[in-house]
Design a protein around this ligand. Structure first.
Ligand SMILES: Nc1nc2c(ncn2[C@@H]2O[C@H](COP(=O)(O)OP(=O)(O)OP(=O)(O)O)[C@@H](O)[C@H]2O)c(=O)[nH]1
Length: 241
């Protein structure tokens, strides 16, 4: 488990109508968690810096934003995933969840500190992610939200840390309502990790590409020699030039 501690060098910009610049990377993030844990609130906080108290129940909105991060321009898409319910046998009920898991490059798994069941759902979600993306490098951040509601706490910080340790994920306990910077750091970290992974993948592809021998193009000397040969055989057969 690694905890988040980052300077805030994350700038947001709306996507301009005429995109006459190069977008370096596509980053797809899925935000997953049980109902009411604050998924929409977190995304809206990240995109607008504002905390808005109440939202319609989420039906699967996709948000996009151009983000400048350490000299790169990232086209970030964030999928607000409709609430995930976990059956008594631990299986996922939501029909769209697997589709979103397949689509995404990085995951934000959110539980509420005031709801133990939402914490339990994280492990099940993580298992599904690992099934779909067996490569253990896929970046995952686990967030314990509603850190301001201490009187209603059901999940201890140590339990969040332990879970993240077990799953090899990054952990952060935050309050979306009280602290915008922490929300920022979570998204920033995830974007950075996805972008890093993409760079590594591209570098690997390039290396593999350079190992495939290229077909040799004939050089000029070779062409001249072949031309002379053809010419002299013509002279021999006709006896004239
Ligand atoms: N006190 C407190 N309330 C929060 C926090 N984050 C979200 N909420 C509230 O929790 C409720 C649920 O937030 P949503 O963002 O709609 O939760 P959701 O996970 O998107 O829920 P679904 O749409 O059902 O999937 C709202 O009333 C939010 O205002 C927080 O950090 N602290």
């Amino acid at each position: 488990m690694r905890s988040l501690n980052m300077s805030n060098n994350f700038l947001l910009a709306p996507i301009p109508e005429s995109a006459d610049y190069i977008i370096n990377r596509d980053v797809k993030i899925a935000v997953l968690g049980s109902s009411g844990v604050g998924k929409t609130a977190m995304i809206v906080r990240f995109l607008t810096r504002r905390f808005i108290g109440d939202y319609e129940s989420n039906t699967g909105n996709l948000y996009s934003r151009l983000v400048h991060l350490e000299g790169e321009q990232l086209f970030v898409q964030i999928q607000d995933t409709p609430c995930v319910q976990v059956d008594s046998d631990g299986s996922l009920v939501s029909e769209h969840t697997c589709k979103y898991i397949e689509w995404a490059d990085g995951f934000l798994l959110v539980y509420s500190m005031t709801d133990y069941n939402s914490y339990r759902a994280i492990q099940v979600l993580h298992q599904h992610i690992r099934k779909v993306h067996p490569d253990s490098k896929v970046p995952v951040v686990i967030v314990g939200n509603k850190g301001d509601l201490l009187h209603a706490r059901q999940v201890q910080t140590s339990e969040g840390i332990q879970l993240a340790n077990e799953l090899g994920a990054v952990f952060s306990e935050i309050s979306t309502s009280e602290n915008c910077e922490d929300v920022y750091d979570v998204f920033q970290h995830l974007c950075k990790e996805v972008s890093k992974l993409q760079s590594q993948y591209l570098a690997g592809e390039k290396r593999r590409g350079s190992l495939i021998p290229r077909p040799k193009s004939p050089n000029m000397q070779d062409l001249k020699r072949r031309f002379k040969q053809a010419l002299s055989s013509k002279v021999k057969s006709t006896g004239t030039l």
